[in-house]
Design a protein around this ligand. Structure first.
Ligand SMILES: *Cc1c(COP(=O)(O)O)cnc(C)c1O
Length: 379
């Protein structure tokens, strides 16, 4: 079945008791049993809930994974993956990570004895060097935030497999419509469902998918034992959001491309970071592993200072100044003072994240209005 059909139907059947087309919101904490242990597959809603089951099956189908588990946030999903490992285990990860992922690695799990190494994953030699016999997991994120770097998933999977390490890909920025890490050999795929998958900036949720039964059993064990599960109302909202994921993503990509090209030609813009440009350093990898290039992009101004960026951001009327991404509405952010403020300045500048860098999550409004908004704000 193709993506658009799976988005609408996978995991969902008309309700057997009433014929309701939409999976009901099973707002219940527990389920009746005929005699002890004799039940219909549901005992207690932390362990299993039918609305969540439908969503988990749907997301697994979209990622070409056999199994899927949902969590109360993307960080809850990350936390569950990390709980599968033991003190002394080593995790190799990209140096260009989502800030919350970096924080849970270094501020929480290092205290519990996990060891983390951060490398530039565009440099495959550096990845190969970083992987040792103790490496149990390789953590990939691509495209990265906010520099829009692209990591070659297939190449990294090969290096990890050679050392019997598992690979997980944070696929949040691409969404399952644009990129499917399982098809490239990854052992697990994770998402902040909060972003493109839910798509309407009204839910916080996470997901882990895998086709390895043993891994899924461990993830399910943590899901039930630690209990970071989403409620049925949120699962319903995400199921509803997913029904238009493919349609939304195509518009995000169309608008993202138009805006990237507009900004590239603008005399006051210094550089535009968007993997669809042929001169993007990893364009060929993006072309190989992504269906299209997405709705995320960043740019810097020729007047490369914070004041210039702030003046621009304050003048935007259609774009909203806010954290997060992936919703139908366009958002603009200033990573140096917002999402990446905790990164030391010299480290930030080294990565190209200068004081005028602006990140856009391009929504699905009319592209002409978005471009007009930018034209006025850049001045
Ligand atoms: C937002 C985000 C997360 C964390 O997800 P939450 O749903 O906010 O907990 C993880 N990775 C990436 C790439 C993200 O953008």
């Amino acid at each position: 079945m193709k993506f658009g059909t799976k988005a609408i139907h996978a995991g969902q059947e008309p309700d057997p008791t009433t014929g309701a087309i939409m999976t009901p919101i099973y707002q219940t904490s527990t389920f009746a049993q005929k005699s002890p242990g004799n039940h219909k597959g549901y005992e207690y809603a932390r362990t299993q809930n039918p609305t969540r089951t439908a969503l988990e099956a749907n997301l697994a189908a979209l990622e070409n994974a056999e199994f899927g588990r949902c969590f109360s946030s993307g960080m809850g999903a990350t936390d569950a993956i990390l709980k599968m490992f033991a003190p002394g285990d080593e995790i190799v990860s990209t140096n260009d990570l989502y800030g919350g992922t970096y924080r849970i690695f270094t501020k929480i799990y290092e205290r519990y004895g996990l060891k983390f190494k951060f490398v530039d994953m565009k440099d495959l030699g550096a990845v190969e060097q970083a992987i040792t016999d103790q490496t149990k997991l390789v953590w990939v994120e691509t495209p990265t935030n906010p520099m829009m770097n692209i990591v070659d998933i297939e190449a990294i999977v090969k290096l990890a497999k050679a050392s019997n390490a598992k690979t997980v890909v944070d696929n949040t920025f691409a969404s399952p419509y644009l990129q499917n890490p399982m098809d490239m050999g990854a052992d697990m795929v994770m998402h902040s469902v909060t972003k493109y998958i839910a798509g309407h900036s009204d839910v916080v949720m996470g997901f882990v998918g895998t086709s390895d039964k043993e891994l899924d059993d461990q993830i399910a064990f943590v899901q039930n034992s630690s209990g970071a599960v989403p409620g049925p109302q949120d699962c319903f909202l995400v199921l509803r959001g997913i029904k238009t994921l493919h349609v939304r993503m195509d518009r995000h990509c169309d608008n993202g491309e138009k805006i990237a090209r507009y900004l590239k030609d603008h005399p006051k813009v210094g550089h535009v970071y968007w993997p669809g440009f042929e001169d993007h350093p990893n364009h060929s990898v993006a072309k190989k592993q992504m269906k299209r290039y997405g709705g995320m992009l960043s740019f810097i101004l020729k007047e490369d200072n914070q004041d210039a960026a702030f003046r621009l951001l304050e003048k935007l009327r259609v774009f909203t100044l806010a954290e997060s991404l992936g919703g139908v509405e366009s958002l603009a952010g200033h990573p140096a003072s917002m999402t990446h403020a905790s990164i030391p300045k010299d480290q930030r500048l080294e990565a190209g994240l200068t004081d005028s860098l602006i990140r856009l999550s391009v929504g699905i409004e009319d592209a002409d209005d978005l471009i007009e908004d930018l034209r006025t704000a850049i001045g």
